[in-house]
Design a protein around this ligand. Structure first.
Ligand SMILES: Cc1cc2nc3c(=O)[nH]c(=O)nc-3n(C[C@H](O)[C@H](O)[C@H](O)COP(=O)(O)OP(=O)(O)OC[C@H]3O[C@@H](n4cnc5c(N)ncnc54)[C@H](O)[C@@H]3O)c2cc1C
Length: 185
C-alpha cells in the first residue's frame, strides 16, 4: 500500500529543515527529500556566516548540521532523491522523483535557487507542475507561504520575496507549517 505522508518537503536547505522541525514538533509525519546527500542547501558551502543572530561567526556547514540534527531529533526523515514533477490538484498530492513516487496531504516547495551564468533563478524551473510562478520561476506566495494551489506552500528562496537570507528562509519554514495546520483544521 502506498504510504501517504502528512507533509513532503522538497529541499533540505534552511527553509526545508525549519519546516521539518516545525512539522515534526506538530506530530506530523514528514519526509524531507533533497537531491544532494548533505543537508543544508546553499549554506553548506559558505565558509563563514556573519549575520545569523546569536552567532557573530559560524561556518555554514556547522549551522547546516545543527539544523539537520534538530530536524532528525524532532522526528523528520530524510531521503536523497531528485523531484522531477508534482501533481497537486487533488487533496492527495503526488510527487514523482528519479527513483520513486511519494504521496502527501501537504507539500512544501523549499528547493531554493540555481545560478545560470549571471542569472539566479528558482530551481522550480526543473520541476514540472509547480504552482503559479513569476518569470524567473519563483513560486508566487506571500509571507504565509501559501501558493496558488491548496495545501502547497513555497518556503525560502524558491518563493517571491525581497530578502533572501538564512533567517528569512527559517521563518518561512515555520510559516509554511503554521499555514498548513490552519488549512487542515
Ligand atoms: C554565495 C552565497 C553566500 C550567502 N551568504 C549568506 C550569508 O552570509 N547569510 C545569509 O543569511 N544568507 C546568505 N546567503 C543566502 C542563503 O544561502 C539563502 O537565503 C538560503 O540558503 C535559502 O535557503 P533555502 O532553504 O530556501 O534554499 P537552499 O539553501 O538553496 O536549499 C535548497 C535545497 O533544495 C535542493 N533541491 C533543489 N531542487 C531539488 C529537486 N528538484 N529535488 C530535490 N531537492 C532539490 C537543493 O539540493 C538544496 O539543498 C548566501 C547565498 C549564496 C549563494
Amino acid at each position: 500500500m502506498v504510504q501517504i505522508y502528512d507533509v513532503v518537503i522538497i529541499g533540505a536547505g534552511p527553509a526545508g529543515l525549519s519546516a521539518a522541525i516545525y512539522a515534526s514538533m506538530a506530530d506530523l509525519e514528514v519526509i524531507v527529500i533533497d537531491k544532494n546527500c548533505t543537508a543544508g542547501g546553499h549554506i553548506q558551502s559558505e565558509q563563514e556566516v556573519k549575520d545569523f543572530p546569536g552567532f557573530p561567526s559560524i561556518e555554514g556547514g556547522e549551522l547546516a548540521s545543527m539544523l539537520r540534527d534538530h530536524a532528525e531529533f524532532a522526528g523528520a526523515k530524510f531521503i536523497k532523491d531528485e523531484i522531477l514533477s508534482i501533481d497537486s490538484e487533488c487533496p492527495i498530492k503526488s510527487i514523482k522523483s528519479r527513483r520513486n513516487e511519494y504521496s502527501c496531504r501537504g507539500l512544501i516547495i523549499a528547493s531554493g535557487t540555481i545560478k545560470q551564468g549571471d542569472t539566479i533563478k528558482a530551481s522550480t524551473a526543473y520541476i514540472n507542475g509547480v504552482p503559479d510562478t513569476d518569470e524567473n520561476g519563483y513560486v508566487i506566495a506571500g509571507e504565509d507561504c501559501r501558493s496558488s494551489v491548496s495545501n502547497v506552500y513555497a518556503a525560502g528562496s524558491a518563493r517571491t520575496k525581497s530578502l533572501n537570507k538564512i533567517v528569512t528562509a527559517l521563518s518561512d519554514g515555520a510559516n509554511a507549517i503554521h499555514s498548513f495546520l490552519e488549512d487542515i483544521n
